[in-house]
Design a protein around this ligand. Structure first.
Ligand code: B12
Length: 232
């Protein structure tokens, strides 16, 4: 099975812009995904030129690129999931991001969706969580967008899951965050997001910057993505 999955992924994911890994998600998934125990964590590298242009808020180019990459990733997860299904492997693609209309009251109270792509990616051993709650890929830092495919056939993770942050004493993202959303505490799998990062402060500032800089009603910022020395 693992070789079928690898062949499907290799055929659909050009190695210069995509990376993927296998994750054991047993015990980690919300009840609506309970028939699945494994995931393919999918990473799309972002364009350095577009990310480098972000200095004090979102640019129009970043806004357009954000939609383009979401669409590409969503297509990939749908294609991979349906090819796996045709091979008899139950699979469910989880899109890159969610529309506001798909989100319930719980989400609006907590800003927690029922599936974390970052969790699948740390379980696949592809990176860790940084001080502003971004997934930091071992290869590209935070300059990535993520998506996942849940599967019910057993796959063996090829990398060791990463359980703690490797950011050390670096605090460039914390110091650069215009919302002051992070307190500098290092992540590990026992540290909840809210202990080191305030998503409401982040969202409020993202909305404000998106209005001011690009006149769009969206929550974009990208400063923490751009400044991280691991991605530069
Ligand atoms: C809700 C949401 C938001 C909210 C809340 C953000 C937040 N940090 O929680 C708001 C609107 C503020 C937001 C803003 C942004 N977002 Co957003 N957002 C999401 C979304 C839809 C769900 C995230 C969620 O539910 N978080 C809830 C918390 C609890 O989970 P988490 O943050 O994902 O990760 C925790 C767990 O995974 C845990 N964990 C990790 N591994 C393991 C392993 C074990 C065993 C355990 C127990 C726990 C554990 O560690 C993390 C911290 O506790 C995801 C897409 C998705 N479905 O994942 C995108 C996503 C997180 N957003 C993303 C981005 C890029 C942004 C912005 C930069 C916007 C922009 N494009 O300009 C900003 C900056 C946010 C920031 N610094 O975190 C990217 C992040 C890419 C990356 N490199 O990390 C994602 C993954 C979208 C994507 N497809 O790539 N976002």
């Amino acid at each position: 099975m693992q070789s079928i999955i690898k062949k499907t992924a290799a055929d659909l994911l050009p190695a210069d812009s995509y990376e993927y890994g296998f994750a054991d998600m047993s015990g980690l998934l919300a009840s609506n995904y309970k028939k699945f125990h494994y995931a393919i964590a999918l990473i799309r590298k972002l364009d350095d030129e577009i990310i480098d242009e972000i200095s004090d808020g979102p640019t129009l180019r970043y806004y357009n690129y954000y939609h383009e990459i979401n669409n590409k990733l969503n297509e990939k997860v749908e294609m991979i999931a349906s090819l796996l299904e045709s091979e008899g492997i139950q699979a469910m693609g989880i899109k890159s991001t969610v529309e506001d209309k798909e989100l319930g009251d719980d989400y609006h109270k907590t800003l927690r969706y029922n599936f974390s792509h970052k969790m699948a990616a740390t379980r696949a051993g592809l990176g860790w969580i940084g001080k502003t709650d971004l997934f930091i890929s071992k290869k590209h830092g935070p300059r990535v967008r993520l998506a996942s495919i849940l599967i019910n056939s057993k796959v063996l993770p090829e990398n060791k899951p990463i359980d703690e942050s490797l950011c050390g004493s670096c605090s460039v993202c914390v110091d650069s965050c215009p919302a002051k959303a992070a307190n500098g505490k290092l992540w590990n799998i026992s540290v909840d997001r809210n202990e080191f990062f305030d998503p409401f402060k982040c969202r409020e500032n993202c909305r404000k910057l998106s209005q001011e800089r690009i006149n769009k009603n969206i929550s974009l910022c990208g400063i923490c993505v751009s400044v991280c020395p691991k991605g530069r």
